[in-house]
Design a protein around this ligand. Structure first.
Ligand code: GDP
Ligand code: ZN
Length: 357
């Protein structure tokens, strides 16, 4: 198995240099189980565990290996699993709240380049929700592409496409039918070798249908992998990282599918650049855009330059973020913001994939 087909590149090569003299080998995490991992390595898919040293080193769960991570692996010298001794620096992470009282972040996916934000053109259609998913994609350090699915169910999708383009400035919007295959070729420019792609969207929008269409005939082979477990028995495992026939890597995990919005306030600027720009010109710096004099936001609504629904949706997201921020473990919040803000900013202006409209 070639690591390059899984996204290995010069950046990772340079990051790995310090591990090589220690006898470690690079691998990518394909699946996380309760206490063990399946990793993809030059020798194929093998079982692995976290080395004790790494477990003691990390200051938070966020730093433990997750699906999509590149790791430094100590190969097994016998029957046991290989040991993950280090996690290479990530280009981004998707995190969610862990079930239970304590609000602690859990990484559901790492190193995603492109997120296909899916929405159905049927009853699921709701441009407001797109804004939430775009915010999540930026926050995870990935470039979003909006994929409007089930085009076969509507006579004229163009009006709906235009509505989505209004709420997603600068983000490509494509229209497809995952079940008939119509429009899938429009996704080719993002499904290129070396790119890791993930799907986001509500249940029922067609994520599985699209994943299967992209996997084509490889589907059975990749979904059901016969492998040797640590005791040498044959088992069937379910992988969450797939090499697509077109050469891109598809990351499809339950955690990614259930992703809850775990954004910080910087995402507001990514998702609502127009309102943020208006708000910056209000007379009062702490303007609440209610009834303050010389409020640029209200003025824009009154002259019809800003839709009331878009303003309400911005306010709702702001409220939720504030509520979430209050609940979040402060340390994680600070760590995460510091780590990823710079990355998502630089990627926004120099994305791997050129954005178009
Ligand atoms: P997921 O929950 O996002 O994984 O959604 P699924 O892929 O399971 O699809 C949900 C339902 O929508 C299934 O019944 C699919 O057959 C149907 N579906 C998916 N894509 C399309 C499409 O392009 N057109 C139509 N008409 N139905 C679709
Ligand atoms: Zn104002």
């Amino acid at each position: 198995m070639s690591l390059h087909t899984l996204g290995w590149n010069d950046r990772l090569q340079a990051l790995f240099e310090s591990h090589r003299p220690l006898g470690l080998e690079p691998a990518r995490v394909a699946r996380e189980e309760r206490d063990s991992y399946r990793v993809l390595h030059a020798a194929g898919e093998i079982p692995a565990r976290i080395a004790g040293r790494l477990r003691h080193q990390v200051s938070s769960r966020i730093d433990l290996p997750a699906v999509g991570d590149w790791v430094a692996l100590r190969p097994s010298d016998g029957d046991g699993p290989a040991l993950i001794e280090a996690v290479l620096p990530r280009t981004g992470v998707f995190v969610r709240k862990r079930a239970g009282d304590k609000t602690e972040a859990q990484v559901v996916a790492a190193n995603i380049d492109v997120v296909l934000v899916m929405m159905g053109l049927d009853g699921d259609f709701n441009p407001r929700r797109i804004e939430r998913y775009l915010a999540a994609a930026w926050d995870g350090g990935a470039a979003p592409v909006v994929v409007l699915n089930k085009a076969d169910l509507v006579a004229d999708p163009q009006a709906l496409v235009a509505e989505v383009e209004d709420v997603s400035p600068g983000v490509p919007v494509v229209c497809i039918s995952a079940s008939t295959g119509a429009g899938l070729d429009a996704l080719e420019r993002w499904l290129v070798p070396g790119n890791t792609v993930a799907l986001l969207g509500s249940s029922g929008v067609g994520k599985s249908t699209l994943a299967n269409a992209l996997l084509g005939e490889e589907r059975q082979a990749t979904h059901e992998v016969r492998a040797d477990d640590s005791r040498g028995r044959h088992t069937t495992t379910h992988r969450e990282l797939f090499l697509l026939p077109c050469g891109a890597v598809l990351l499809d995990t339950p955690g990614m599918r259930e992703l809850q919005l775990w954004a910080d306030e910087s995402t507001l600027i990514d998702t609502f650049p127009d309102i943020e720009a208006l708000a910056a010109t209000c007379h009062f710096r702490d303007c609440r855009h209610d009834s303050e004099p010389a409020c640029a936001v209200r003025a824009a609504i009154e002259r019809g330059a800003l839709a009331t629904e878009r303003f309400e949706s911005w306010r709702k997201l702001q409220r939720e973020l504030r509520w979430l921020a209050g609940k979040q473990d402060v340390r994680i919040r600070i760590e995460k913001a510091a780590k990823w803000r710079a990355i998502s900013r630089s990627r926004r202006f120099h994305p791997k994939v050129r954005r178009s409209r």
